[in-house]
Design a protein around this ligand. Sequence first.
Ligand code: GSH
Length: 196
Amino acid sequence: MRIYGDQLSGNCLKVKWTADLLGLSYEWIETSAFGQSRTPEFLAMHPAGQVPVVRFDDGRVLAQSNAIMRYLARGSRLLPEDPFEQARVDEWLFWEQNGHEPFVAVVRFQVLAQKQTAETLEPRLVSRGNAALDHLETVLTGRNFLLNAPTIADLACVAYTRVAEEGLFDLGPRPAVRAWIARCEAELGVSGGRVR
Ligand SMILES: N[C@@H](CCC(=O)N[C@@H](CS)C(=O)NCC(=O)O)C(=O)O
């Protein structure tokens, strides 16, 4: 398969981490999220014009980082077989896209790419980002991973949490989150991607 992704995007790294952890062979097509996903050629493959996208050897195309992770991880230790445990993974995947990424990742983008400061950031986005990090701190207190074992839920949620301080969020008072990030980096091979 071919993975079209920007190595500096947390959403794209989620897919790379999953494929690497599972030992899947793939060709990485570096595609900058600053323009290269909006060329006519790319739009012909994926009209939404965003990365990550996977094109499988049979020509089928799949987008959305969490959908791709879920598809790649089926039948592996990263996605439990039990239907209810799977639904709990999905719960985290949907929450990450709806309650975390739109705040933590967006604020970080605004700081790094748009040079916004604590004074110019939209307070609502910052406050929702802090609420997401607080939620993780509460859940992870006394736990090693979001569920009973490491899953794609951890990969999804750690992608932008581990770089949240680049968006001026403070992980200092969130020790359970910091310890979980370290565990994900060590046990899930999570690394790389520091810019957007
Ligand atoms: N919900 C999507 C978000 C994809 C997304 O926002 N991709 C960004 C990079 S992180 C992108 O391609 N931006 C370029 C653009 O929109 O032109 C996912 O999880 O895959």
